[in-house]
Design a protein around this ligand. Structure first.
Ligand SMILES: Nc1ncnc2c1ncn2[C@@H]1O[C@H](COP(=O)(O)OP(=O)(O)OP(=O)(O)O)[C@@H](O)[C@H]1O
Ligand SMILES: [Mg+2]
Length: 240
């Protein structure tokens, strides 16, 4: 097994804004880094510097404009996440790559317990075990039992975000992408989320995370990638 899990080479993302006469907006440019297995890469940078866009390119929510994102699975051949077929991405999302988005778009009329349970069933876990693990994860993230049957569309911002986090963390994936998971949470809930992320890291999950709190970032990250929009990015080791 290769000790590198992800190799990002000369990655750039532009948007063409059709409504503005095809004006090009640069989200980020010329970003390169490698992520070792079990490593935690923190992403820093000003608002609008391309942090979320980078994570979305890796998860393929956004198509990459230029460059490669080579993913080395624990078994099998390397895959370029920027150019592989959609079916491959869908399979990787089910089994290998977890994602917590900055904002949660709740699925209408699916209960929060079912959202988290489904994530595990898609990964191949049997129904009873999936339901059990889903309930445990929701409880660990302080979602009250009486809300398990309710639809997250009716939840508070912080509750929605904790369901979003639960459906990603419960899967214990090889690679975890997290975009400001604690931004809408109070301190106790935020600390629990950080603990859970750290537990996964100890198990061997590699993490790429954006944190709005500099202290959280510095407390956790092995390396820090500072995004600078059009000017690229720089990476350095974090002395914890
Ligand atoms: N879907 C989109 N369409 C057009 N432009 C976009 C889109 N997504 C991002 N951008 C632009 O790309 C740039 C980077 O946005 P991004 O969301 O990656 O920044 P960020 O570093 O995550 O900011 P924040 O810290 O505020 O979350 C911004 O100028 C933004 O307007
Ligand atoms: Mg963002």
């Amino acid at each position: 097994m290769k000790d590198i899990i992800l190799e990002v080479r000369n990655l750039s993302k532009n948007f063409n804004l059709h409504l503005l006469g095809d004006k090009a907006v640069v989200a980020f440019q010329n970003v390169s880094f490698t992520l070792k297995r079990g490593e935690f890469l923190g992403i820093a940078g000003k608002s609008g510097s391309g942090k979320s866009s980078l994570i979305k390119c890796i998860y393929r929510t956004y198509l990459t404009t230029y460059g490669e994102i080579i993913y080395y699975p624990d078994n099998g051949n390397p895959i370029d996440l920027a150019s592989c077929p959609d079916e491959e991405i869908i399979d990787l999302r089910r089994r290998k790559i977890g994602y917590v988005s900055q904002f949660f778009g709740a699925i209408p009329r699916v209960s929060c317990e079912d959202i988290v349970t489904q994530a595990l069933i898609q990964q191949g876990v049997n129904k009873d075990e999936a339901r059990n693990s889903a309930q445990n994860m929701l409880s660990r993230l302080l979602i009250p039992k009486k809300l398990f049957d309710a639809y997250p569309s009716t939840f508070s911002g912080g509750e929605k975000q904790r369901v979003n986090i639960a459906q990603a963390l419960v899967k214990e994936t090889e690679l975890l992408l997290i975009d400001e998971p604690t931004a809408s949470l109070d301190k106790p809930a935020g600390d629990i989320v950080l603990e859970e992320i750290f537990r996964l890291k100890k198990r061997g999950t590699s993490v790429i995370g954006i944190f709005h709190d500099d202290k959280e970032l510095r407390g956790f990250a092995d390396k820090i990638l500072v995004m600078e929009g059009e000017k690229g990015a720089r990476i350095y080791e974090n002395d914890k």
